[in-house]
Design a binder for this molecule. Structure first.
Ligand SMILES: *Cc1c(COP(=O)(O)O)cnc(C)c1O
Length: 360
C-alpha cells in the first residue's frame, strides 16, 4: 500500500542540479567534469540524479562497486569511476563486465590485477598520495607501479590525487600537491585528475583532464559565499510540517533536559522532524528554520521525531504549515555551524525514512 501520512520530505530539484552541473562544467571547460554521486548522491537519490544527468555527463563516480551496480540495475549506461577501487579480486571481473573504471591505490590491488588469468582490459586510474596521507601510492613508488602495468593499461592510464585543503585559498599546500602530481604526469605522459569541487573553484591550474565534482553539483559551496559560487542553486530542500502549536508561560521550559526556558510568553510550534530523520541532534537553540516567509529559531533539544521552534513573532501560522530546515531559504552551512557539523555530513545523513520527492 502506497500511503504517506507524514509530510516530512527532502524535495529534490533536478533542474537546479542540471544548472549546477552545466555552470561548474563551464568553469573547467577544457576538462571532463565527472559527477560524483557516491553515498546516494550525497543523500539526493543517486538513481534520480544519475538519470537527470546521464545525457550531459560522460562519467559518474561512486565509492565502491555496489554503488555502481545499483546504477547499472537502474539502466545507467555511462562510465562509472570507482573511487576506492576493488575490495575483492572478483571486483576486476565485475568492472570488466560492467565497464567500471577502477582506481587502484594499494599494492594488494596490483597483485590482484597481476594474478588475473587474462589481461584486465578495463580502464585504470592510479591514486597518488601527494599529501592527504589517506589513500594512494607514495610519489616515490609510482614509477614501480606503472612498470607493472601492461602496455595497453598504461596507454589509458589516469593519475589521480586528492587535495586536503583546496578550500583554503591562502594555503600553499594545494599547489604543492598539484606540482607533485604533474611531475609524474609529464614523466609518464599520461592524463590526470586532481580537482574536487573546491579545487575546481579555487585552483584553475588543477583542472587537468578530469575534474571530480561532488558537493557543488548539489548547489552547496565548499568555499563559502563568493562571487563564483553565487550561481549555484541548492538542490535539496528538507521540509516538515507543524503538527502542534501551544503557548508556554514565562519561566516554563521546552523539551528534554529543560535546556531552554521561556523569557516571555512564547508560542511554540512542534515540527515533525527529528534526529532520526537526519536533522542534527546537536543543533542548538537559535538554529534558523523558515516558516511562511520568515526565519525563526529552534528552541530546546532536538528529539528523535520532533523539534520545537519559537513562532511568537509569526502571525497567522497554523498547524500543517510547512517548515524548511534547509534549502533555498535556509543555507545548510548555517545549520551546520549551529550543530558543529559540515554541509557534507548533514546532506548525507538525511535518513531513509525521509522520502525523496522530485520537485515538479
Ligand atoms: C568525494 C570525492 C570527491 C568529491 O569531492 P567534493 O568536495 O564533494 O567535490 C572527489 N574526489 C574523491 C576522491 C572523492 O572521494
Amino acid at each position: 500500500m502506497n500511503h504517506t501520512s507524514r509530510h516530512t520530505q527532502a524535495i529534490i530539484d533536478l533542474d537546479a542540479l542540471v544548472n549546477n552541473y552545466q555552470y561548474i562544467d563551464s568553469l573547467a571547460s577544457n576538462s571532463n567534469t565527472i559527477a560524483v554521486i557516491k553515498a546516494d548522491a550525497y543523500g539526493h537519490d543517486a538513481n534520480e540524479v544519475a538519470r537527470a544527468l546521464s545525457s550531459k555527463v560522460t562519467c559518474f563516480a561512486v565509492g565502491f562497486i555496489d554503488e555502481a551496480l545499483a546504477l547499472r540495475r537502474d539502466g545507467i549506461n555511462n562510465e562509472i569511476l570507482i573511487l576506492e577501487g576493488p575490495f575483492n579480486q572478483s571486483d576486476f571481473d565485475i568492472a570488466q563486465k560492467y565497464n567500471f573504471i577502477l582506481m587502484l591505490h594499494s599494492d594488494y590491488q596490483i597483485q590482484w590485477l597481476n594474478s588475473m588469468s587474462a589481461e584486465f582490459s578495463g580502464d585504470l586510474w592510479l591514486k597518488v598520495d601527494t599529501g592527504m596521507n589517506r589513500l594512494g601510492f607514495p610519489v616515490g613508488q609510482v614509477d614501480n607501479i606503472i612498470s607493472q602495468l601492461t602496455e595497453k593499461q598504461r596507454s589509458k592510464l589516469v593519475l589521480c590525487s586528492h587535495f586536503s585543503t583546496a578550500e583554503q585559498l591562502d594555503n600553499a599546500k594545494p599547489l604543492k600537491q598539484l606540482a607533485a602530481l604533474k611531475k609524474l604526469v609529464s614523466k609518464h605522459d599520461c592524463k590526470f585528475s586532481m580537482a574536487n569541487s573546491a579545487g575546481i573553484l579555487n585552483w584553475p591550474a588543477s583542472h587537468g583532464d578530469h575534474t571530480r565534482l561532488g558537493l557543488a553539483l548539489y548547489g552547496i559551496s565548499p568555499i563559502g559565499d563568493t562571487p563564483i559560487t553565487q550561481a549555484l542553486i541548492p538542490v535539496m530542500t528538507l521540509q516538515a510540517n507543524i503538527i502542534a502549536i501551544h503557548t508556554v508561560p514565562i519561566g516554563e521550559t521546552v523539551g528534554y533536559g529543560d535546556i531552554w526556558q521561556a523569557k516571555r510568553e512564547t508560542t511554540i510550534a512542534t515540527v515533525a522532524i527529528g534526529y532520526a530523520d537526519g536533522y542534527p541532534r546537536n543543533a542548538k537553540s537559535g538554529t534558523p528554520v523558515f516558516i511562511n516567509g520568515k526565519v525563526v529559531p529552534l528552541v530546546g533539544r532536538v528529539s528523535m521525531d520532533m523539534i520545537t521552534v519559537d513562532i511568537t513573532d509569526l502571525a497567522n501560522t497554523v498547524i500543517g504549515d510547512i517548515v524548511e530546515l534547509w534549502g533555498k531559504n535556509i543555507n545548510i552551512d548555517i545549520v551546520a555551524r549551529h550543530s558543529d557539523s559540515i554541509n557534507y555530513e548533514l546532506l548525507t545523513r538525511v535518513s531513509k525514512r525521509v522520502p525523496k520527492v522530485i520537485a515538479e
